[in-house]
Ligand binder design. Structure first.
Ligand code: ZN
Length: 648
């Protein structure tokens, strides 16, 4: 293809992309892909020494849309010259030095990624808000912008002034919105742009946008520097978020960029680079403008974190909690220097919401430390096929059940589930079997057919002999560790069972109250829920667990493996050695509270009155137990006496 043909083709494609982006807020490629093609066109134009009439390089932003009233800005909104590396930034600095003799003070600030807005204030009131449009004429979106809560509609400065900034959607707000939205937003930038360029301001209001002010365009008032403009914006009550610095040299400017790039994944809003400007307004006038942008400012762009690529297939991964997670297999794509071929689709509900299908071109976002994520469809493919909901677990074949947005494997024999249970049983806060990791669990499951903790506790040298990585010493160590772990405490054992919702602390509290596993196993829901920190749901879980035949059999078999429990340390107190019966309802204490007080002070709570009982704590409506106590001549106390004894 000759160069002219290529230029025509590039211009056409870029114009179509820009139209979709600016006029319909429906981008079909990532910024990085747009920029790459744009740069190719630019360099061809420089090479050939001319540009096509319809070249997007003549334009700033998109043409304003007919549906909004249009308005000419008092001061032109320029776009920014860009650099992608420190070398290019240093070349820019060299041009500045050439223009004014030496490198002047520079300001450094974030480059927000949202929709640029221009706000006109007059007489201290916000009278018009418009989009940037083509830089000269924008669309009037005053009603929409008025819905931004923190935006000052009145300022103390009474002259005519245009405040420029970015309408952005905070990431926390985006997550909140998407959690309940029928149509999730693909990204924060799009979410902000779509909210403002919507004819219905109530839609804008629902999104909950922010306005980050960063510049003053036209003004009756003279400002001497960028730093002074920023001060003004802060004083007038605008949201001026993000780091800002005034630096004397190239090195400091580059350091600002480095630190910002590191901070970027932690920010609550999108930025795609930093902006460097000559601080002094007088010097800016000296340096001047090109047709498109000021020569005294430059945007240093960070590496891309979003691209588009084709979704080739979806596989389902079973997690340790038996959850099925859809993993997207992608046509490999370079995102900021890293090749990505897999991404998460989070869950089945997310697939339905995002309407992603196999074969579609999708947006994929990669931030530091996080698994790349598909955020939405860029271009639908005609031949695309739906991602099917698996009916059966891909690992064990058991039926899958749907709970909310999630799918779960119901199989008892599902490998990830078994391995995770074994791992939990042996973990430090549970049985604490030294040297037994999830990896060991996986190996023993695969190679010895180990199915549960009973198998684990019954391991022999014979089972382990000849396994990869199991020398004599390792076998001896593991068997010794298992032996040692068999002497444990009741709360560790209870925690090791992995009953839904029973953590370390709850297991301790239960054992503190009921003393033994046997007693917990027969306790009623009421008695269980009387324990501090255990609500009805947890109590029911524990109750149900021990009523399930399979579970109670499992516990019995485990205990039969030679598990012994440490004696619970005896607590000393006013009730030491005393057996106490509770009857009737007490004026202030719940039954569980009174029981805890007795036990914490060395006493034991007995269920029925007999000669061996030392004390009866009686409340209102005490029935036959009280009569029997009287008959046997057992000391009877009420709540007040009880408190006195405790010194409360
Ligand atoms: Zn399964």
């Amino acid at each position: 293809m000759d160069k002219l043909e290529r230029m025509k083709q590039l211009a056409e494609t870029l114009n179509e992309w820009a139209r979709l982006y600016y006029e319909q807020d429906a981008p079909v490629v990532s910024d990085a892909e747009y920029d790459r093609m744009y740069d190719e066109l630019r360099s061809l134009e420089i090479e050939e020494g001319f540009s096509l009439k319809n070249s997007p390089t003549h334009r700033v932003g998109g043409a304003p849309q007919k549906k909004f009233e249009q308005s000419k800005h008092l001061g032109k909104l320029y776009s920014l010259d860009k650099c992608q590396s420190f070398e290019e930034f240093e070349e820019w600095c060299a041009r500045i030095v050439k223009a004014v003799g030496s490198l002047p003070i520079l300001t450094c600030e974030y480059k927000f990624d949202g929709l640029t807005l221009n706000l006109l204030y007059d007489g201290g009131k916000l009278i018009k808000a418009s989009t940037r449009g083509d830089g000269v004429v924008g669309e009037v979106v005053t009603a929409q912008v008025m819905t931004i809560r923190k935006l000052p509609t009145e300022i103390s400065y009474k002259g005519k002034i245009e405040i420029q900034g970015e309408g952005v959607l905070r990431l926390s707000r985006l997550a909140e919105y998407n959690a309940t939205a029928a149509e999730p937003l693909k990204n924060a930038r799009n979410g902000a742009a779509g909210a403002i360029r919507n004819l219905d301001p109530t839609v804008t209001a629902q999104r909950g946008l922010s306005f980050m002010a960063y510049n003053i365009g036209y003004s009756d008032k003279t400002f001497e520097s960028q730093a002074e403009m920023r001060e003004f914006l802060i004083e007038e009550g605008f949201e001026v978020e993000g780091a800002f610095d005034v630096v004397p040299d190239v090195r400091m400017a580059e350091k600002f960029a480095d630190i910002t790039e590191e901070t970027r994944p932690k920010l609550d809003y999108l930025i795609d680079g930093v902006v460097f400007k000559v601080n002094s307004v007088a010097l800016r006038d000296e340096i001047g403008f090109t047709e498109k942008f000021p020569k005294w400012a430059v945007a240093y762009k960070f590496k891309a974190d979003e691209m588009t690529t084709r979704l080739n297939d979806v596989v389902w991964q079973v997690s340790r909690s038996a959850k099925l997670t859809p993993i997207a297999l992608l046509e490999p794509v370079d995102i900021g220097g890293v090749t990505v071929s897999r991404a998460t689709l989070n869950n089945y509900g997310d697939i339905l919401k995002k309407k992603v299908r196999i074969g579609d071109r999708v947006f994929i976002r990669r931030s530091n430390d996080v698994i790349p994520e598909i955020t939405g469809v860029a271009v639908e493919d005609e031949g695309a096929t739906a991602i099917e909901k698996p009916e059966n677990c891909p690992v064990c074949g058991a039926p899958v059940k749907e709970v909310g947005a999630f799918l779960y494997c119901t199989g008892e024999e599902c490998a990830p589930k078994i391995i995770s249970k074994l791992d939990h049983f042996a973990s430090k806060d549970a049985m604490d079997i030294e040297g037994f990791s999830e990896k060991t669990a996986e190996q023993l499951y695969n190679e010895t057919g180990m199915k549960d903790a009973v198998d684990l506790l019954n391991l022999t040298t014979f089972d382990l002999y000849g396994l990869d990585g199991f020398g004599d010493k390792k076998i001896a160590n593991l068997l010794a560790a298992i032996d040692k772990a068999k002497h444990t405490s009741a709360d560790r054992f209870l925690f090791a069972l992995g009953i839904d919702g029973i953590g370390k602390k709850t297991a301790k509290d239960l054992v503190k109250r009921f003393k033994t596993i046997d007693k917990i196993a027969v306790a009623s829901v009421e008695a269980l829920s009387d324990v501090d920190g255990i609500g009805g749901v947890l109590a029911q879980n524990v109750y149900d667990y021990f009523r399930d035949e399979q579970n109670s059999d499992y516990v019995k078999r485990l205990l039969g493996c030679g598990i012994t429990f440490e004696e619970n340390a005896k607590t000393e107190g006013v009730f030491s050695g005393k057996r106490i019966v509770l009857t009737g309802s007490l004026p202030t204490y719940r039954r569980g509270e009174a029981t805890a007080l007795i036990e914490d002070n060395g006493g034991e709570v007995a269920a029925s009155v007999s000669k061996t009982v030392d004390l009866v704590l009686a409340g209102e409506d005490a029935g036959s137990k009280l009569d029997k106590a009287k008959k046997l001549g057992i000391q009877i106390i009420d709540e007040n006496q009880f408190k006195t004894m405790l010194g409360i």
